[in-house]
Ligand binder design. Structure first.
Ligand code: TPW
Length: 547
């Protein structure tokens, strides 16, 4: 039996850290790596059409199932095509691993300019360093095991992307096993002091409130956090980025905080809290800068990026998972039925769908999805940037992945493919016509790989969200594309939807049809906006926050 190769060791290490597949597009510098991926059969390889699709699909896997997401590309043209998705993963705390082929050391020394080279052979390395937390070039099989372990563990610890460059003469080289890194020691006294102070602040408060954000998902803490909220009888809301979190908890969150753009009752509760516990929340302008009453973060308790801040006290090395465990240790489990103080679920926001011949508004889409899920159970959502994301705020609690902070368009379609690949669950995609134009083509790969997402295009023939801010901009017109007709050529079924009655019927039909993607090209009523986007635009204009 031949000894294991460097590529096999890398794949085993990825698998041991939660990766369940690889998305990629090969090129000559990456062919030896791809050959080894296929030969070893350690992780399934899904090729797509364009590197942004590869990146978004890998990102979605890490977001949805936890553990690492993996994107494999070729040097230069391939890797630079991937770059924006890695930047988004950095911003939104996604542990994505970039595997890039590269020239071998002897080629670099040849004196020729090599194809795909930009400025120097290191240009790509330097650019990727800026959007990752660690990087390694696997150019020495003796050093590779330690380098692989360090880089992959850094991705998981920081919940951010990393970069691994693999010169093309390396994948087949014999290599030792990648070591398992022991967990980093935690200062038990600092952790205890932090947990005690935090509980004291919560108990002293009259209006404590818990807001959950991305880190709760990234570190696999949803069940524990739901339990903590239950034991403390704390009302829970999600941040905008955290929408979808705890959706399957016995008591799902009351709603999502969006300042002036959101549900006024939720905003009042968040802004009026005298102990706002922000667990893993990215505090960004999209929601926090549009608050009616600016939240005084000195009154809040923030756990983010491995540290906890309360008033003027900073605990610099308290990871969120250790904090949650310490809190659970200190708060005894209540007797069954004693959690009566737990707040009730907010009333559904979108009214039932009237099945009539009126043109479709975004709220009708939320209502139609709610009705579908009521009949058939929850389906995970992959949502793009644009009014579709604001529309999603009116959909009842369901798992959701969306680039709510970095806001990179084109996410939803490839992310949905990734979601289905890693979980086997069938997703619903919510996407605008502008965003669909960017990456919708990736649907052509669905049949080949056995995926069948339900795709709802909110087709308003424009970049409507931008138009909402600048109604006079003629550059926001996109013209009406006939997406429904394109579906057949890509191996799916498409239909045009004009009315609420058609929407209702088309969604039910799409749900009933398995085996190929189902595309609803929903022609929206002119200038229709979701109530949340309408409020968001008014709030941003009023507060002059850059939009
Ligand atoms: C990669 C800027 C934010 S929202 C938007 C643009 C261009 C319009 C979206 O149009 P769409 O949806 O998809 O038709 P809707 O509801 O507004 O009509 N490039 C990238 N990302 C972002 N965020 C932009 C530009 C933008």
């Amino acid at each position: 039996m031949s000894s294991p190769t460097l590529a096999e060791r890398l794949l085993q290490a990825l698998k041991a850290r939660g990766a369940t597949e690889i998305f990629g597009i090969p090129g000559d510098f990456a062919l030896p790596l791809f050959r080894e991926i296929e030969r070893s059969a350690l992780l399934p390889l899904y090729t797509l059409s364009h590197e942004p699709g590869v990146g978004f699909a890998a990102d979605a896997c890490a977001r949805f199932r936890g553990g690492l997401g993996v994107a494999a590309v070729t040097y230069g043209a391939g890797a630079f095509n991937l770059l924006n998705t890695v930047a988004g993963a950095y911003a939104e705390r996604v542990p994505m691993v970039v595997l890039s082929g590269a020239p071998a050391a002897h080629e670099a020394a040849s004196g020729y300019l090599l194809h795909h080279q930009v400025k120097t052979l290191d240009s790509q390395w330097r650019v990727f360093r800026e959007v990752t937390v660690d990087a390694a070039r696997l150019d020495d099989p003796r050093r590779a095991p330690q380098d692989i372990a360090r880089v992959l563990d850094a991705a998981l610890r920081a919940a951010r992307p990393v970069y691994i460059e693999i010169p093309r003469d390396m994948p087949g080289r014999p290599c030792d096993e990648v070591p398992v890194t022991p967990p980093e020691p935690i200062d038990a006294q600092a952790l205890a002091a932090c947990a005690d102070e935090l509980l004291q602040r919560l108990r002293k408060a009259t209006r404590p409130l818990l807001m959950v954000g991305v880190e709760v998902r990234r570190y696999g803490l949803e069940a524990k956090v739901a339990e903590l909220a239950r034991r403390l009888a704390l009302p829970v809301v999600t941040s905008f980025m955290g929408r979808g979190l705890l959706s399957d908890a016995a008591t799902p969150p009351l709603g999502t905080y969006l300042g002036l753009a959101g549900d006024p009752a939720i905003s009042a509760q968040v802004e009026g809290s005298d102990a706002l516990l922000l667990l893993g929340v990215i505090v960004s302008d999209t929601n926090f800068a549009v608050s009616a009453k600016r939240i005084d973060l000195r009154q809040a308790i923030q756990a983010l990026e491995g540290r906890v801040v309360m008033g003027y006290h900073v605990y610099p090395a308290v990871p969120i998972d250790a904090l949650i465990d310490a809190l659970l240790d200190r708060v005894p489990a209540r007797e069954a039925g004693a959690a009566a103080a737990a707040p009730a679920l907010a009333a559904p926001q979108a009214a039932a769908l009237p099945v009539d011949d009126s043109p479709v508004a975004p709220t009708d889409i939320a209502a139609a999805i709610n009705a579908l899920m009521q009949r058939h159970g929850p389906l995970p959502l992959a949502c793009d940037v644009g009014d579709c994301l604001f529309t999603a705020m009116d959909i009842h609690p369901a798992p959701l992945i969306a680039p709510g902070y970095y806001a990179g368009m084109g996410y939803a379609v490839p992310a949905a493919l990734g979601l289905q690949a890693c979980s086997g669950q069938r997703p619903i995609v919510l996407v605008g016509d502008g965003a669909f134009q960017m990456t919708g083509w990736e649907l052509g790969n669905a049949r080949r790989h056995g995926w069948d997402p339900i795709v709802l295009i909110l087709n308003n023939a424009s970049w409507q969200m931008l138009r909402a801010f600048e109604p006079e901009g003629g550059y926001n017109d996109l013209g009406t594309w006939d997406f429904a007709s394109m579906a057949a050529g890509m191996g799916g079924d498409g239909c045009v939807v004009h009315t609420r009655a058609e929407l209702h019927a088309a969604l039910e039909r799409a749900f009933a049809t398995r085996g190929s993607f189902q595309l609803l090209d929903i022609r929206l009523a002119a200038d229709a906006l979701s109530p949340t986007l309408a409020r968001f635009v008014t709030a941003v204009k009023r507060l002059s926050v850059p939009g």
